[in-house]
Design a protein around this ligand. Sequence first.
Ligand code: GLU
Length: 469
Amino acid sequence: MTVRVRFAPSPTGMFHVGGARSALQNWIFAKQQGGVFVLRIEDTDAARNKPEWTEGILSALDWIGISRGSYEGPYFQSANAGEHRAAAARLYESGRAYYCDCTREDVQARTGSQYQGYDGYHRDRGLGPGPGHALRFRTPDEGTTVVVDLIRGEPTFENKLIEDFVIARGDGSPVFLLANVVDDMTMGITHVIRAEEHLPNTPKQQLLWEALGVKPPVWAHVPVVVNEKRQKLSKRRDKVALEAYRDEGYLAGAMRNYLMLLGWAPSGDREIVPWSVIEDEFRLDEVNLSSAFFDEKKLRAFNGEYIRALPVAEFVDACQPWLTGTGTIPPPPWQPEEFDADAFAAVAPLAQTRIAVLSEIVPNVDFLFLASPLIDEAAWTKTMKDGSAELLDDAVAAFEALESWDAESLKSTLEAVGAERGLKLGKTQAPVRVAVTGRTVGLPLFESLEVLGRERTLTRIRAARLRLV
Ligand code: GLU
């Protein structure tokens, strides 16, 4: 039997990091089993679907390494609507489902409770199809439904506690629960690996598989991803969109490595490992049962390590979208013609060891390309103190006299300027840094001045000096 798994997102918003994790788990499982990964877009909620969300899913999957053309699909759930209806009809004809026209209020009036599920009123009343008649599945009165779950063992559900649930609405349209089963069935899915939040649906879905006469799949319900307050990650509250991380400059390699560590770890107390190790070692049955904390700080640190591990030339390439502004990445503050690739290449190794996400490259290098630096006013006020004006004057004089404009000479020269005032280098260079780059933090100052060049450095220090009059 060929293993067939599927990833079945609904295109109703940005692509959730939790979804990306499920996709990767499915992907790796399929690869390990010599199986097939199917992508199915569950687009039956017409009111909430948008084609751009589908495109977002495809491109986000591509980014994370599940590339277009290397899987089966995408299939669209809406294209299978005929099959969904046919399955509903088969269940009715075989007596496994029946029509019901009760409203919620009717049920409440009979059971005396708003919390009670459906009471089976129409089970044997022989109501036929008609407008407003929902189709309900006749769940068994006795016995249990045992779900085989690679992560949870065998969760067992008492059938008598499962109400006769709706499988098609009063307008005849099948509900998600049924459509999802029918699609898995027609696509020959053998293993359903998905988020834990679907577990309550699983006994119902398994009953549908059985009633439709097909052996149910093996399930794996992966614990949810939570924030630092142990709340399920929500798109309203938390930063969950994979696209947002991509645009901020997380590397795909770091992201997918981190996602796979949510609730699982490779052998040997390691976290950052080559993808091939994850592909070899990942086991669904080792996934932790408790919810996994999505720790953005840790992800940042991870990403920094991935950035530092890049060969410099790759780092330079990886920065390009932020240096030019591509697609959804905003343009940098300088004009394209102001950009100087050689100057960038000269400082790139310095930046590479200092940034954690690629978008941080922009504030680190903008001083090199802008005609005058973007002054951070708070930094200016904090740094420019009594004596700064004179210090800048002395720095200008000393720099003008420099024979060789290189980092080492710049450093020893400024050190001497400070020493005359009894200042350490840190204090001496702070006003110079703010004058030249506009900021208090950034790349090593003297290397920056070397690349910026004598003329521009002096112009900026003089301009700052004038502001201090
Ligand atoms: N479309 C469902 C979702 O996005 C998938 C359900 C499933 O994987 O079975 O949550």
